[in-house]
Design a binder for this molecule. Structure first.
Ligand SMILES: C[S@@+](CC[C@H](N)C(=O)[O-])C[C@H]1O[C@@H](n2cnc3c(N)ncnc32)[C@H](O)[C@@H]1O
Length: 297
């Protein structure tokens, strides 16, 4: 599907940016670039399109298998369906949210998991809500983000809450068949423990990065799942600098220990860059140990 006309930069604005605004921002130390999503750039010839779809499907098949999941007939048909869908996405974003690869992984995971209820924490413009709706047309979707002012896609059947999911009363909602997608820049250990407390066992995290890669991420949430599960993690503090600010994480805390113990399996998906050429994704699937009978939910 060709990109919607609204996703192309306006020719007049583009000329203004190149001639005047771009050089001015450059002198001030900023990049001014059009908010064109990465999927507007794509192969047009059949052989290359098929190669991209096959390469992505091969990696996604292996990732789903590592999670104990699958799609009937493999992920090939889902990747092909996504390829046709994404050109019509109602949200154009270049930064601040998922691009092609992360959106594709979310789509395939949601199709494999088929949740009845989806908790989405970290909505931003709404791209990932739209992806979830395409994958699960019947799901009840609950969206949480303290700042919903940037929404570009509002799902007609989703419920929106401008607050943290943990401060919302969800009694009466059966989350045992649900899936939570956390893309909210909050400690992933904290989200694991909150999810367990509410009876969720199937979690998807964005922005999962190993400790030695965290410096490259904007607004890092830590500890990440990779930091929690690092067998060589030790007890030494982890330190890094980003945008002139120093961060430190001490891995021996109670929260990290309890969250680690709650995780049955965690699998970081291939970043898909080698398969598709698009920006690397950072999606991880986490399965929690089922609650023991008698545990509060
Ligand atoms: C990376 S963006 C989400 C991007 C979106 N999922 C996508 O891929 O298009 C992170 C969002 O988390 C939101 N956020 C910050 N604190 C939060 C919280 N406590 N609960 C839920 N969302 C939060 C921010 O307002 C921001 O919109």
């Amino acid at each position: 599907m060709p990109p919607a006309a609204s996703l192309r930069p306006h020719p007049l604005l583009e000329r203004l940016r190149r001639r005047w605004l771009g050089p001015l921002f450059d002198r001030l130390g900023y990049d001014l670039v059009p908010a064109v999503p990465d999927w507007t750039h794509r192969p047009l010839s059949r052989r290359e399109t098929e190669a991209l779809i096959a390469a992505a499907a091969a990696r996604l098949d292996a990732d789903l298998a590592a999670c104990g999941l699958s799609l009937p007939g493999g992920t090939g048909p889902a990747v092909a369906a996504f390829w046709d869908l994404i050109g019509g996405a109602p949200v154009a974003q270049r930064r601040g949210g998922n691009g092609f690869n992360g959106a594709l992984q979310l789509y395939v995971l949601m199709r494999a998991l088929q949740p009845r209820v989806v908790i989405e924490s970290g909505v931003f413009r709404g791209l990932t809500t739209w992806i979830t709706r395409q994958a699960c047309p019947e799901a009840e979707i609950l969206c949480f983000d303290p700042d919903l002012s940037g929404l570009r896609y509002r799902d007609a059947r989703a419920r929106y809450h401008a607050r943290d999911w943990w401060s919302c009363d969800l009694h009466g909602l059966d989350l045992s068949q649900g899936v939570a997608f956390f893309d909210d820049h909050i400690s992933q250990a904290r989200r694991v423990l909150e999810a367990r407390e509410r009876g969720l066992t199937r979690l998807i995290f964005d922005d999962d990065a190993a400790a030695h890669r965290l410096h490259a991420h904007g607004g890092p949430a830590f500890p990440t799942i990779a930091m929690l599960m690092d067998p060589a993690g030790g007890t030494e503090p982890v330190r890094w600098r980003r945008n002139g600010r120093e961060f430190v994480y001490r891995p021996d805390g109670e929260e990290a220990r309890t969250a680690r113990a709650a995780i049955a399996t965690a699998h970081a998906f291939d970043d898909l860059h080698a398969a598709t050429g698009y920006s690397p994704a950072r999606i991880t699937y986490v399965a929690l140990a089922p609650p023991a009978s008698g545990d509060p939910t």
